[in-house]
Design a protein around this ligand. Structure first.
Ligand code: ATP
Length: 278
């Protein structure tokens, strides 16, 4: 099976070697069944995460136009309790944002303990669109890989589980999706000329993505290249990775909740003893 998880800096990623299609041995029906089970497990894990308040989860979604960032959010985050999920979309920086360092607007949206933050685009745009369109000098974006590694290390040291997904679609699939969007009056609003212009820079974006993944993949903040031509498989891979990243913490979270529960119980008992008619 093609390796889709990258967790070592410097490991060269070749997107051309990774299929955009689901593996032949997985059917849509199996995927739907597994996704429903993972959804239930994620929901239960989220409850522990929320109560224990020792960790948080950051999900970064990157991909070319129409790769399915919104779809993945809808189908995976849809299983979670919205109370603890914050979705942020990062577009072209505002004037105020441009007057700060590139991580300023990002850090503000990092998740609080107990919560999920989902980024639709992210700080990676600052080494993707910015690099491909030459928006800042090379010396400047070149420094950013190191800043990103340090930033993500800081988040993980603070208890954040960081997962980064590149939704990998083929050029043909993108064309189909863009045309379908354009032809349907109800979805045409999603398209703009820039999407077609960026498509002409397909290879430049491939280089930029390969570099970004290779240079910022770490044990604590891995990248997953998600075969994304089939939406049902894309959703399954994302949900599986999120669940698998949370599962090892389950016992710690439960122990923390037990601890808090015992303390609360004894506080309540003391309180009750002081009251004659509670
Ligand atoms: P999407 O394609 O993400 O679903 P959209 O096309 O509706 O969203 P917006 O959310 O308004 O557009 O903005 C996304 C655009 O902002 C993308 O073209 C992206 O490349 C650009 N962008 C994001 N971050 C930056 C950045 N740091 N510098 C320049 N452009 C950026």
């Amino acid at each position: 099976m093609t390796i889709i998880t990258f967790d070592k800096t410097g490991e060269k990623v070749k997107l051309g070697d990774i299929s955009e299609d689901p593996p032949k041995n997985v059917t849509r029906e199996q995927a739907a069944e597994e996704l429903a089970e993972l959804g239930q497990e994620m929901f239960e894990l989220q409850d522990l995460l929320w109560g224990a308040r020792t960790h948080s989860v950051l999900i970064v979604l990157q991909g070319r136009d129409s790769a399915g960032k919104d779809g993945a959010i809808k189908h995976v985050a849809g299983y979670l309790n919205p109370r603890g999920v914050h979705v942020t979309s990062f577009g072209v920086p505002t004037e105020e944002e441009r007057e700060h360092d590139f991580l300023w607007r990002i850090h503000y949206h990092a998740p609080r303990k107990g919560e999920f933050a989902i980024f639709n685009r992210s700080h990676y745009e600052d080494v993707l669109v910015v690099r491909v369109h030459d928006l800042v000098p090379k010396e400047m974006w070149g420094e950013r890989y190191g800043h990103i590694r340090d930033f993500e290390e800081l988040l993980t040291e603070h208890g954040t589980i960081v997962l980064k997904f590149f939704l990998h679609i083929s050029k043909d699939e993108q064309k189909k999706r863009l045309l379908a969007r354009e032809q349907d009056p109800r979805t045409a609003w999603k398209i703009n000329a820039g999407d077609w212009e960026d498509r002409e820079l397909w290879d430049e974006y491939t280089d930029a993505y390969e570099d970004a993944i290779s240079r910022t993949a770490t044990k604590h903040a891995p990248w997953l290249v998600v075969p994304a031509d089939a939406k049902w498989y894309r959703n399954l891979v994302v949900a599986r990775a999120v669940t698998e990243a949370m599962r090892p913490h389950k016992k710690t979270w439960q122990a923390r909740l037990d601890q808090v529960g015992v303390k609360k119980k004894s506080e309540l008992e003391t309180y009750m003893r002081t009251k004659k008619n509670p």
